[in-house]
Design a protein around this ligand. Sequence first.
Ligand code: SF4
Length: 438
Amino acid sequence: MSTGSISFRIAGRVPIGGGSSILVQTMCNTSTDDIEASVAQCRAMAAAGADLIRLTTQGLKQVESLREIKRRLRAEGISTPLVADIHFLADAALAAASVADKVRINPGNFAREHEVACSKFRELIALCREHGTTIRIGLNHGSLGERITQRYGATPLAMKEAVMEWLRMCVEEDFFKVVVSLKASNTIVMVEAYRLLQAAMLEEFGRPFPLHLGVTEAGGGDEGRIKSAVGIGTLLGEGIGDTIRVSLTENPVHEIPAGRLIVRAVSEGYTPYGSRTRIEADDWEDFIIKGSCLWGPSLLDRKTDDFSLEGSTIAGAPVSEEDGERFRDMLLQACRRRFTKPEYIACPGCGRTLYDLESTFAEVKRRTAHLAAGIKIAVMGCVVNGPGEMADADYGYVGEGRGHVTLYRGKEPVLRRIPQEEAIDKLLALIEEDQKKR
Ligand code: SF4
């Protein structure tokens, strides 16, 4: 945790920053307008121990749905703060400021003209001040505006610079209930961006705003957990970060135990600067997370090239050679040191996803597992943010409304709105055709 970060209480009760416990959060993948399903998912998340729950809030209609979801949860005695996830619509953010406990925005998306975006942001600050609402400025590597990339490229430095502009405005407005995130799917970019931001905040403001850590589009299963544990664990081990989300292309309830395991691993000394040199894990998930926190940071920073599993145990038994090798391959790939299979980028899905993302992602992985190591394939839930967020993927499978998919080569849509049943075959054909041309 950043012991010196600015501290406050979200919704007047949940402390963040200043050395309080790391908050573990997650996000619903239900449609926010499906009140029953969203309440049920929030209930399951709260029972799993979520400290904060985020819901997709595309527009004013979803703000009203969020109001009703909150009302029902509070009536059941569930007091977990709710976060409205806004992407583009400033008016939705302004309306959500009096409904949600926290509003997640990227102010750069509020308007094309920077001046208009600035004035909307100031309006939002005023409303959040009035209602005691927290703001998260959430900037992703894939969604940097042209204004910034023209100057700094799509780099960690650009991410830091972009967010510092908005933070200066918060300081000018004397508004400090702000959390910041700078996510990327590339663990090196993600770690570097947060390190730069932490140093810049310390230098310019004297103390950092609380940070929300996460590796975006991490995928699911072991790979998703390992990527997240490498990025989040590295930073927590350096005392950077106040709240975390492990984004998984799975049932979002699974994100909570995975997040808690990362926090526990770091607190038990599974970091390069901690007291541990080998792993004592309860089970496989605990093992891969502890291993990622212990060996990931120095692999990521190229201080080491490999690691030894000697003496490490899972439930008291030595780690088998086969499991050890499987973990080594996944960890080296997550740290971008050695690629032994295709690299998958998949969003966790949210209220904008209109297809079964988890099973589609599993099928895409199964059908493309034979392809060249390191080829980057993205599976994204929606066309609103998917193409921007899939970063530097070589190929993209992007959901486009119900039953349709658009396939991308890099950033270029090459097959638009094709029926979903044909999409994986067409994706494979596209990749194979390109490979023949090489
Ligand atoms: S890409 Fe779209 S569907 Fe996926 S998490 Fe982002 S907004 Fe949601």
